[in-house]
Design a protein around this ligand. Structure first.
Ligand SMILES: [Zn+2]
Length: 581
């Protein structure tokens, strides 16, 4: 699910050589030919290709709802939209179709759910997602009670059984199981060195703790050392057969930051201060003023992979950082008849936790971690971006003014020897009072609009006026909670934490919340005419039920129906308008 409707997928022609498209699909996966976007479909430009008429991919919500696909990729963020898009008349606006229901459709709901990067579903986001999973679970359950199978993947996890119980209300089965030997599970085994039987790793961690220097200075000096080493390597190895390949693997350096503020700071210093340090060091070590100095101590280039990128910049940056370093590309050169510009990958890549998920570029083999990330799982994920294929180096620069960093440095070796042991246990509390207040209405909205035909459409909020319907809605919403409560209570005594997820107290709190919310809804429906679910800011002024999370405080406090349109707004943000006179 990429964009909401066809008009959002608009394709900009790339005759200027730049990839301006919003859709990250460029080449035909079958034959490798260029793809052309014709009539909302991707067609292969190769005349002989099977997919000349179009690839069987659907790109926007509208198209996906019209033709529910066999395999659907999405982010949890998209969950929120199923509370808002239900329609009994327009198929393109009806998310019920994803679950096999809706106009002219009566097929089985999805029966396999695959959740990648499970370790990200923690904290407030985890709680929001858990409540949503309750709705998804019910919508995917078949009439005979068969629930969907859920497979999750992650490399960094602790108390996974609790996390799975909280998110999906299921028992956990870890795969692959340990084999007869601890480090050999048949599917995978730990590699050991031949001579002393030590674990062999392609990744080397080096810890650095500056004294009497700020972290910023340390960072610049470290980077300068790494930059100069590229020149030293070329001088020593340029005649070797694999030189180009090796140089490519270590040309770009990633610098990982824990906050956008630090990225901004470094960005501001990069082109002047970093270059200054680099030139000083270069002159001290190498002294030669030939072309090498231009290559390695002239201009520096940087790229940024962080949340500051707009969606369209992401593609551009990813292409940039994946460009290979070659000797030929250092200078403008002739390719056939045409002259092409010198294109090199960036020297320095400023990154935040955005790189920790799924970015897999084999060129990245050096990373500087600027102080310890907030949790160990993040440290493992981020530093694992290097050494995917060849050996890689992780330099962790500890901040001497943060006691947590100092402590990590003091136990650097011990800590890295059992890195996974230190992954923090997760905490998700979907049924806590705060979480119910914040997200339960989103769960209710999704479930009610999907389950009751008379309450499905955007303008049918006005129909909740009879006590009978209200009772049915209440029973539907609460049935799952009652069942879940009894399942939780029936867990064995030793699973104390899992049993604490939904206590009687919390269950009663939920019921009170539901009663209150339905009363409010009924009152508004009875006292106003034409109640709709969502406010339409530019089309008349019909009374509406759902309050956006960024609405005014008093409006939000009066209503139990704060229904966000995106799970990204886990914490509210303030918008600042600057008026230029
Ligand atoms: Zn093709």
């Amino acid at each position: 699910m990429w964009q909401n409707s066809f008009k959002d997928t608009s394709w900009t022609d790339r005759n200027d050589g730049e990839n301006n498209t919003k859709i990250p699909l460029d080449r035909c996966p079958w034959c490798g030919g260029r793809l052309e976007y014709v009539d909302n479909a991707f067609c292969c430009s190769n005349d002989d290709c099977t997919f000349e008429e179009g690839l069987p991919v659907r790109l926007c919500d509208e198209d996906i709802y019209n033709y529910p696909p066999t395999l659907l990729f999405g982010t949890v963020d998209k969950f929120a939209s199923i509370a808002h898009k239900v329609s009994t008349t327009k198929m393109g606006d009806d998310s019920r179709r994803l679950f096999g229901k809706g106009k002219n459709l009566n097929v089985l709901p999805p029966d396999l759910i695959i959740q990648d990067e499970l370790h990200l579903l923690i904290g407030p986001l985890g709680s929001a997602v858990s409540l949503f999973e309750c709705a998804i679970d019910q919508l995917c359950t078949r009439d005979d009670g068969t629930r969907p199978k859920i497979i999750s993947s992650t490399a960094t996890t602790r108390n996974t059984d609790l996390q799975i119980r909280t998110l999906y209300d299921r028992n956990l089965n870890i795969f692959p199981k340990n084999g007869i030997d601890y480090d050999d599970s048949f599917f995978a085994f730990y590699r050991r060195t031949e001579n002393n039987n030590h674990f062999e790793s392609k990744r080397k961690y080096i810890g650095i703790m500056p004294t009497g220097r700020t972290q910023m200075t340390t960072q610049m000096r470290l980077s300068a050392i790494l930059f100069v080493h590229r020149a030293l390597f070329e001088i020593g190895h340029q005649d070797e057969k694999d030189f180009e390949k090796v140089a490519d693997n270590y040309y770009s350096i990633i610098s990982y930051f824990n906050s956008l503020k630090e990225v901004g700071k470094t960005d501001a210093l990069f082109y002047i201060e970093y270059v200054k340090y680099l030139r000083r060091l270069y002159k001290r070590v190498l002294r030669n003023g030939d072309l090498m100095e231009c290559y390695y101590a002239g201009e520096l280039t940087e790229s940024e992979i962080s949340g500051r990128l707009s969606a369209s910049d992401v593609n551009k940056t990813f292409t940039e950082v994946a460009t290979h370093w070659t000797l030929k590309n250092r200078l403008p050169h002739k390719e056939g008849e045409k002259w092409v510009r010198a294109i090199l990958p960036p020297d320095y890549i400023l990154a935040t936790n955005m790189i920790s998920v799924g970015l897999d570029v084999s060129r990245f083999n050096t990373i500087i971690m600027n102080s310890m990330p907030r949790n160990i799982a993040e440290y493992i994920q981020a530093s694992s971006r290097v050494a995917r294929n060849v050996h890689g180096l992780v330099i962790t620069s500890h901040n001497p003014f943060r006691s947590r960093d100092v402590s990590h440095f003091e136990k650097f070796r011990e800590f890295h020897e059992k890195l996974y042991y230190y992954v923090e246990p997760i905490s998700i509390t979907p049924f806590s009072k705060k979480s119910v207040e914040k997200y339960f209405s989103l769960y209710m909205a999704a479930l009610i609009r999907h389950s009751f035909k008379e309450l499905a459409d955007g303008n049918s909020a006005k129909n909740l006026t009879t006590d009978e319907l209200k009772k049915n809605v209440h029973d539907k919403v609460m049935a799952y909670i009652y069942n879940r409560y009894s399942r939780t209570m029936n867990l064995p005594v030793e699973l104390e934490l899992q049993k604490g997820l939904l206590t009687e107290d919390l269950k009663n709190n939920i019921e009170a919340f539901v009663d209150d919310a339905l009363d409010q809804w009924e009152t508004i429906a009875k006292t106003t005419i034409d109640l709709v679910y969502k406010a339409a800011p530019f089309r008349g002024k019909k009374p509406y039920l759902f309050i956006a999370p960024d609405a005014y405080d008093d409006e939000r406090e009066q209503s139990s129906w704060t229904v966000p349109t995106s799970l990204r707004i886990v914490e509210p943000e303030a918008v600042l308008h600057v008026k230029v006179k």
